[in-house]
Design a binder for this molecule. Structure first.
Ligand code: NAD
Length: 516
């Protein structure tokens, strides 16, 4: 199959009035569909349930985005069985036919980009450019994994041996379960699903209860792209009620999880136990939280550093696993940098995600407002509140961008993931000390360094222990294929989503030797 080289999907320029109008019209069309009901999809069939999940808009909690069927154990079992049946044919479907479904899905998403942006704006509370980046990343994952599968389906390099023909083939694993997080309800969910199915596996996708409608819409795309029934099953439901069954059932060959370290570690333990009737060690892929730091050296370009910090800390209200939640600055520039960051933070426009001017929108729900507010309160006793600190639920779930200075490296606010627009400033004696502080959390996801000193850049390359390190730029916004993504330590299994090794996590190698 002839296919163009992979290129990242460009971001939309909302400064263009025509583009802005097109996005607004899509938002209006989606707004007219809010409140629609969405069934489970099991074996290609719509399944309605008595229980439902009511998904509301973080910008306006009175607005019902959609009502989604909620699976119980019986439906979960049907879904696993449907996936198991579909595996028998899908696993033997040629790789190029499987890849074509992803390419077609990418084309459909590209055509419906403004509409998907609109669902993300409404259901996840993403400001326009953040929603657009989510949709673009989903397109990228489909395009990229299609190409990676074609590569892995081709002849694999093995050393020639006299008198034998040797081959290495990659085979799918079986039925998998996909647990995506709420914060990239399209991109991460689509990427986790696409990788699992393009490799010939079949899946049950249990979306986040905070963003099931976006997932339901993605299932429309998969169906339109021609994915056979049962290959991907849509199974929203209460995670606590379904989690065990979807992890330990003997049909579950692999679990693909992205979310918090607490849930990811708990599922890891359960997934590891071999159950009666289970004939394999279950594969477990987990991408988890972060406590990401930006280190600023005494010689850094402080304006660039301040811009990088504000974008990384407050973009999508800090609800990115890669978000900067710690700034570690050399004591010689500490106050100057802090002043610059406070000034830039003061210019951010807060508001509902539906407003194109909004730069910082709501957080996902009332529970998040409460959790982040508690972290801010405790942070105030651990440092000096220099900006923000307020939260409100009267017009959407709003939390002000918040900066707490003079925090000790071992303070709770410097150690625990907050997942909100809160950043802690810490003072370091010098560059080495700053790196030491940066490495001193249980996590190791992203990090950034601002310095003009080449020697320091080289030291950081070696010693800053994170899966995604950025030099003289922000620590968010990894691009598929460009920056394969995944973290060390309690940030997960370093799966490197969007990288050339990712699909191997869903495959098993079989070496075949024929004597000639
Ligand atoms: P979460 O841990 O609450 O949920 C993640 C997924 O697990 C969801 O699908 C949820 O339904 C499911 N889940 C929750 N409880 C479960 C249970 N008891 N049994 C089975 N499944 C269960 O995470 P979240 O709030 O949706 O997402 C935010 C977290 O995800 C943050 O910690 C963030 O850092 C992390 N994250 C990491 C990455 C990465 O690539 N490392 C990317 C995005 C988000």
């Amino acid at each position: 199959m002839t296919i163009q080289e992979f290129r990242n999907e460009p971001f939309t320029d909302f400064a263009d009035p025509a583009v802005r109008l097109a996005q607004q019209e899509a938002l209006d069309r989606v707004t007219a569909q809010l409140g629609d009901r969405h069934p489970l999809i099991i074996g290609g069939e719509a399944v309605w349930t008595a229980q439902t999940i009511r998904s509301t808009s973080p910008s306006d909690p009175d607005l019902l985005v959609g009502e989604v069927a909620s699976a119980g154990e019986a439906e979960a079992l049907f879904a696993l069985q449907a996936a198991d049946r579909a595996f028998r044919t899908w696993s033997r479907t040629p790789a190029d036919a499987r890849a074509r479904v992803l390419l077609k899905g990418a084309a459909i998403l590209r055509r419906r980009k403004f509409e998907f942006n609109a669902w993300l704006i409404q259901e996840a509370g993403k400001p326009w450019p953040e929603a657009d980046a989510d949709t673009a990343e989903a397109i990228d994952f489909l395009e990229y994994y299609a190409r990676q599968m074609l590569r892995l389906a081709g002849a694999q390099p093995v050393v020639p041996y006299p008198g034998e023909e040797n081959n290495l083939y990659y085979l799918p694993l079986g039925v998998g379960v996909v647990h995506p997080p709420f914060n990239f309800p399209l991109a991460i969910m689509a990427g986790m699903t696409a990788a699992a199915i393009v490799t010939g596996n079949t899946v049950v996708v249990k979306p986040s209860v905070h963003a099931p409608v976006v997932c339901a819409k993605f299932f429309e795309v998969l169906a339109e792209a021609g994915l056979p029934a049962g290959v991907a099953n849509f199974l929203p439901g209460d995670p606590a009620a379904l989690g065990d069954l979807l992890t330990i059932h003997p049909l579950v060959r692999f679990v693909n999880f992205t979310g918090s370290a607490a849930v990811g570690s708990m599922l890891y333990e359960k997934a590891a136990k071999v159950q009666p009737g289970q004939r394999f060690l279950r594969r477990y892929i987990a991408e988890m939280g972060g406590k990401d730091a930006i280190v600023v050296a005494a010689d850094a370009d402080l304006d660039a550093a301040a811009q990088g910090i504000v974008a990384s800390a407050f973009g999508f209200s800090g609800q990115k696993c890669s978000a900067c939640s710690r700034v570690i600055a050399d004591e010689h520039i500490y106050e100057e940098l802090l002043t610059k960051v406070v000034t830039l933070a003061g210019r951010l426009k807060l508001g509902p995600a539906t407003d194109p001017e909004t730069q910082v929108g709501p957080v996902i729900n009332a529970g998040a407002v409460e959790r982040i507010s508690r972290a801010i309160e405790s942070g105030k006793s651990e440092g000096r509140l220099v900006f923000g600190g307020e939260a409100s639920v009267s017009q959407g779930y709003m939390v002000q961008p918040t900066i707490i200075a003079d925090v000790a490296p071992d303070a709770r606010i410097a150690q625990e993931e907050i997942f909100g627009p809160v950043v802690a400033f810490m003072k370091a004696d010098d560059f080495r000390h700053a790196l030491e502080i940066a490495n001193n959390t249980p996590y190791g996801l992203t990090g950034a360094i601002f310095t003009r000193d080449r020697a320091n850049l080289e030291i950081a390359r070696e010693e800053f222990h994170v899966g995604n390190l950025y030099l003289n730029r922000k620590c968010t916004g990894a691009l598929v294929g460009v920056q394969p993504f995944g973290g060390f330590n309690m940030s997960g299994t370093d799966s490197k989503a969007g990288g050339p090794d990712y699909l191997l996590l869903f495959l098993q190698g079989k070496a075949v030797s024929e004597r000639l």
